[in-house]
Design a protein around this ligand. Sequence first.
Ligand SMILES: NC(=O)c1ccc[n+]([C@@H]2O[C@H](COP(=O)([O-])OP(=O)(O)OC[C@H]3O[C@@H](n4cnc5c(N)ncnc54)[C@H](OP(=O)(O)O)[C@@H]3O)[C@@H](O)[C@H]2O)c1
Length: 334
Amino acid sequence: MKALVLRQHGGLENLDVVTDKPIPQAIEGHVVIRVRASSFNYHDVFTVRGMPGIKVPLPVVIGLDMAGEISEVGPGVTGWKAGDAVLVNPLNKKKGLMGEMLDGGMAEYCLVAADQLVAMPSGVTFEEAASLPVAYGTAHRMIVTHNTIKKGDRVIILGASGGVGTGCVILCKLFGAEVISCTSSPEKVDALKKLGSDEVLNIKETDFSKWAVEKYGKPQRRSYDGGVDVVINFTGGDTWHPSLRCLKRGGKLLVCGATAGYDPKEDLRYIWSFELNIIGSNSFYDEDLKGLMTLIAEGKMKPVIDKVLPLEQAREGLRLIQDREVIGKVVVAP
Ligand SMILES: NC(=O)c1ccc[n+]([C@@H]2O[C@H](COP(=O)([O-])OP(=O)(O)OC[C@H]3O[C@@H](n4cnc5c(N)ncnc54)[C@H](OP(=O)(O)O)[C@@H]3O)[C@@H](O)[C@H]2O)c1
């Protein structure tokens, strides 16, 4: 079968589409799925580069997110049959993340433990389902499961054009928040306006923190005036300190990642003086994925898919994410 294989850590040139990888056989407690769609995340860029403390068994088929049809059911599996349409929760309970610690979704077929399967309702396409787990699932956990956003909240979303970011924009608007999206190019500004953002800032031209203080007033220590209610920040780096500065007293800083650096300049004075809440969020559970698929099936949301590429062009798809040339998700249809 065809598969996108990472040979060794480094640049994207270490990814190859092979055509002779054996189709996996269903073993005890597992099924094989015919992958219909798989999507990339920034996590795949980190996997290719190699992350401190994570020993990836190379070579590995990358790709955490996938949806498809069951093609073979292994011994001991109940409740599933060939032909069922399934979304895969990429977290394997014994080995870790698929597409990193074991073969993932960028292939024509994939071996999956049966307890990772989530049934797809009708009204959800394979492309939509495959765009959900890591990005939209994490956005759902951060916003819906952790109950962090309420109607009327002013919310700044950094990195709003990406996978997690577009998920946050859509979910915050569903909850009736006022959304201020931050991005880095004029065409992404247009796309985020179309997605329903109330304001969109190009961070190359505008300091989002100063902008927020000018527009909503300086946060006050003894009242709840000024600033924004929530900043969603999975960028880290030099965006962390400005995020603290524009939050109102009692505001929330939601964090689930650190694309630009995990050890930013910190200033604890803002946290105690303004009684800020730093709320971490990690990954997603089946409930998040079911919740998102229900919203799609009911017509309440649509994940933003920038491109659907064939497996032969998968490496280019990951380059687009690496180089910030994407709005929403890049899906691969093997
Ligand atoms: N903890 C978890 O479970 C979890 C789950 C999912 C994701 N994450 C993390 O969340 C982050 C976003 O993931 P994603 O898949 O949504 O990525 P993505 O699709 O690439 O989106 C990230 C966005 O951040 C901005 N960005 C990228 N590189 C940047 C840089 N060096 N400096 C500042 N901004 C940058 C870009 O937006 P603009 O060009 O518009 O600025 C980009 O669209 C990653 O760090 C990822 O590892 C964590």
